[in-house]
Design a protein around this ligand. Sequence first.
Ligand code: NAD
Length: 390
Amino acid sequence: MGDDTRAQRKTENGRSMTANKKLLILPGDGIGPEVMDQVVRVVDWYGKERAVKFDLDEGRVGGAAIEAEGTPLSDATFAKAEAADAVLFGAVGGPKWDTNSFDMKPERGLLRLRKDLGLFANLRPAICFDALAESSSLKTELVAGLDIMIVRELTGGVYFGEPRGIEDLSDGTRRAVDTQVYTTPEIERIARVAFDLARKRGNLVHSAEKSNVMHTGVLWREVVQKVHDEEFPDVELHHILADNCSMQLVRNPKQFDVIVTDNLFGDILSDVGAMLTGSLGNLPSASLGAFDEATGKRHALYEPVHGSAPDIAGQGIANPIASLLSFAMALRYSFDLGEDADLLETAIGNVLASGMRTADIMPANNPKVAKVSTGGMGDTILRELGKLAG
Ligand code: NAD
């Protein structure tokens, strides 16, 4: 497909897509730069073989930025992120900066990006590749073919609500307060993200809250139902209590398609979802902002769920799949290039099925499986992409 055709493409919302897309790469610390090297190779492949042209830029974040620029995220790098169509983020952190003051911790760079770009919707897919179903702690038949999406509200709720803090009381004891707070617009916009996604997948949404014991849960349920009835009546909607949702995720995860929930419950449920699939090294995520009606653009940051893995950094053994799948999410959600995203996901599935594994997903005593390095995994995925596209 040529650039012109791509340039004329429209998103589902009828917004025009231009040919060249601005991608900002923020590799960060530890294994971040190692896995992002493989992402850059794949981005280049798309440019050459699929005529999907990206303007690539790179910046520092986290510990790397503290060392070179004296801050976890400089204003100049933030400006680049603001101007980009999508940010591809590696990972931040490491023992070197563990004792830094709060504002000089590497994680502050990521938190600033999420907050200042208004990334309110966190998408965490839990997809289990058939070839890795055996590495889940659940029975193979429960997870083989699993494909669910957890949509977590990321910028509100109890992690941000006021008042918050710990106070000393006159009787010598202390009192800690966190406040769970949600407004109608906050719930409406995350519900829309979930329903919209469901339409492109299995057309089913479970909305998880605690409306039996929390006022925010009552409002959450009412607002999600209203958005559904007024805007997405074709999507199947179920309300589920968050504790039951966690139980059902472990009992029968394939009953779910899209789960939408608040910041706190999403934090927990997405980790449960993550572990259904076996390995941290395979899990991508996306954080999306609101559509700007004037430009038709939305801020978006894509990152692996894993951290900087200082225990294996510099050894060339990190698994790049989570970062590559994050790029696939960028193709799908920022650039409306679903077929190109499918291609990369299929290539990764095929490579795993052929028995290639990085160290973290090596099964014990299986002679049919071969261990590869970070770069070796990148090589095989690129070869598979070539075969599939050829
Ligand atoms: P981690 O995800 O970095 O590592 C946990 C374990 O999983 C380690 O044994 C690691 O070797 C392994 N692992 C993780 N990703 C892997 C991959 N791609 N390939 C192979 N093995 C992989 O979590 P942690 O050890 O708790 O944290 C390490 C540092 O990362 C800390 O400084 C933490 O604050 C930071 N962190 C950053 C992010 C982020 O940038 N978004 C997220 C979580 C943790």
